[in-house]
Design a protein around this ligand. Structure first.
Ligand code: 6GU
Length: 277
C-alpha cells in the first residue's frame, strides 16, 4: 500500500516512522510520502490560507496550493479504477470513521490524505478531485481537533494493521471489537498475564482451569458486561438472534430485556428499569 499525506506540519506525521506503521514501512509493505503543502506556494510568505467568502471567523485553506500539490503527487503513478488512488479528507463534518471503513480502505492500494488546519479547505478542491477518484470525508469522533493530522495517524494505524502480514497473526483481527460480521458487536473483556498474584490480586479461576468451553463463555460474559456498561447503544441495536441462549441469560442478569417494539423501532433491547417507567 502507498500512503501520501499533504500537510503544513510534516513533523506531526513523525509517528509514522514508529511501531507497527514504521515497521511495515521498513519491511516495504507500506510506502509513505509526507509532503509539505508550502512547497506548492510561490509567494514570499508561503501563504496557504485566506479569509472566507461570506464572512465569519477563521481562515480557509486556499485552492491553489492544494490543487498543485495533489496534481503533482497524483501524477506519479496514477491509474483509474480499483488500482487508483482514493482521497481521504479528515474533517469533523465527515462520515464516522469505523472499523468497516478501515477494512474498505485497507483494500485500496493508494491512499492520499489531506489534513487541514484553520476552518478547512476551499470546497472546490474536494469537488474537483471527486470527479477523478473516490473521496472519503471522515471524522474520527464527536469532538473538534485543531487539525486533521492526528486523524491521519488514527486512520493510518487502523488501516495498516489490517494489511496482510503487518500484524503477524492473521487470526488477530477476526475478533477485534467492531470487526464486521461478528455475531454481535461487543467490546472485548479484560485480559491477564503473569504473575498469577500481583499486589494481592489474583487471576479469575476459570482462566487457570484449562477448560476451553468455560473460558470462552466467561470471555463472552465479560464482553457483554463491558458492552452494556460502556456502549449500551451497541446492545440496543443488536437483533436478539445475534445472541445465543447463554448471552440472553447474561443480558437478563445485567438488567437487559428484549424490547417488544424492537422489530419496528430498531431498538431491540432495553434496560429493565426503562421498561418499568
Ligand atoms: Cl478528522 N478533524 C478535525 N479537525 N477534528 C475532528 C476530526 C477530524 N474528527 C473528529 N474531530
Amino acid at each position: 500500500m502507498r500512503l501520501d499525506v499533504v500537510t503544513i506540519f510534516p513533523e506531526y506525521l513523525e509517528p509514522l516512522n514508529v511501531s507497527l506503521v514504521g515497521k511495515a514501512r521498513a519491511r516495504g509493505q507500506l510506502q509513505v510520502g509526507v509532503h509539505d503543502l508550502r512547497d506548492w506556494t510561490y509567494d514570499r510568505h508561503n501563504t496557504v490560507d485566506d479569509t472566507p467568502y461570506g464572512g465569519g471567523p477563521g481562515m480557509v485553506m486556499k485552492t491553489e496550493p492544494w490543487g498543485d500539490a495533489l496534481d503533482e503527487i497524483l501524477a506519479d503513478g496514477y491509474e483509474a479504477g480499483a488500482r487508483g488512488p482514493v482521497l481521504v479528507v479528515p474533517t469533523p463534518s465527515g462520515r464516522p470513521f469505523t472499523q468497516e471503513l478501515a477494512v474498505e480502505l485497507s483494500e485500496r492500494p493508494w491512499l492520499v490524505f489531506t489534513p487541514a488546519r484553520y476552518e478547512g479547505i476551499d470546497r472546490r478542491v474536494i469537488d474537483e478531485y471527486a470527479t477523478r477518484m473516490p473521496v472519503y470525508e471522515v471524522s474520527i469522533g464527536d469532538y473538534v481537533l485543531a487539525g486533521g493530522e492526528a486523524a491521519v495517524l488514527v486512520v493510518t494505524e487502523a488501516v495498516a494493521r489490517l494489511l496482510p502480514g503487518v500484524l503477524g497473526n492473521a487470526e488477530s483481527h477476526r475478533d477485534d471489537s467492531f470487526a464486521p460480521g461478528a455475531m454481535a458487536n461487543l467490546l472485548e473483556g479484560p485480559v491477564h498475564t503473569k504473575p498469577p498474584v500481583w499486589r494481592g490480586r489474583g487471576i479469575p479461576e476459570v482462566l487457570l482451569s484449562g477448560h476451553h468451553g468455560k473460558i470462552a463463555r466467561w470471555r463472552r460474559d465479560e464482553a457483554l458486561r463491558r458492552t452494556t456498561a460502556h456502549r449500551p447503544d451497541l446492545i440496543e441495536r443488536t437483533a436478539p438472534a445475534a445472541f445465543d441462549k447463554k448471552d440472553r441469560e447474561m443480558l437478563s442478569i445485567l438488567g437487559w430485556a428484549p424490547d417488544p417494539e424492537g422489530e419496528r423501532s430498531g431498538r431491540f433491547w432495553r434496560r429493565v428499569e426503562d421498561v418499568e417507567e
